[in-house]
Design a protein around this ligand. Structure first.
Ligand code: GRF
Length: 195
């Protein structure tokens, strides 16, 4: 059984998909806790599933490193096999990545290496791309640069705006995330060897 801590910043639809998957007794992962950098609406999903939550806000710390250290303390005492960034919108400092690597994965709403960064859906639309998608990758010290674990394409429709396209991408992300967690559980979590 893979033990997981999920970090979110927003609505938490990927978190909800994962929590729903864990209701199946055959699903090989358990969510130990959900953390956030703000009082994110998605934390309610964890509450409904009886999963503990924690919020560590950067504004209460003198530096990004001390914020990330506190965030890491909230995670390390749980000793999870895997940390999932599911819409966690802060870039984590090198010290945090070094502490938990390669056991951190991220979900990104584009076919990396295309459209990295915080506005991937908007950037895909602006570029006129006919296809974008979703990626799950191992987090390294860069922004959306780590080894790719899974990807799936999504067609951009002529009538799409940022919202409609993002919602279709999220449906793909939910499935991709669950499949990746199952895959990592089956490999006894050696993402550095499968990335
Ligand atoms: C997802 O599209 C994810 O790829 C991106 O942020 C979004 C989070 O959505 N990093 P949600 O909070 O899981 O609904």
């Amino acid at each position: 059984m893979l033990s997981v801590v999920v970090l979110i910043s927003g609505s938490g639809s990927n978190l909800l998909a994962l929590l729903q998957a864990t209701k199946n007794p055959l699903f090989p992962a358990k969510v130990l806790a959900v953390g956030s950098d703000k009082p994110a609406p998605g934390l309610e999903h964890a509450d409904l599933y009886g999963v503990p939550t924690f919020v560590v806000e950067e504004k209460h710390f003198a530096s990004r490193d001390s914020w990330a250290e506190k965030l890491g303390e909230n995670i390390s005492h749980l000793d999870p096999d895997l940390i999932i960034l599911a819409g966690f919108m802060k870039v984590l400092p090198k010290s945090f990545v070094a502490k938990f690597s390669p056991r951190i994965i991220n979900i990104h709403p584009a076919l990396l290496p295309n459209f990295p960064g915080a506005h991937a859906v908007r950037d895909a639309l602006t570029s006129g791309a006919r296809e974008t998608g979703a990626t799950v990758h191992i987090v390294d010290e860069g922004v959306d640069t780590g080894p790719i674990l899974a990807q799936e394409a999504v067609t951009v429709l002529p009538a799409d705006d940022e919202n409609t396209l993002h919602e279709r991408i999220k449906l793909v992300e939910h499935k991709l995330l669950i499949d990746t967690v199952k895959f990592l559980a089956s490999k006894q979590l050696e993402p550095s060897k499968v990335g």
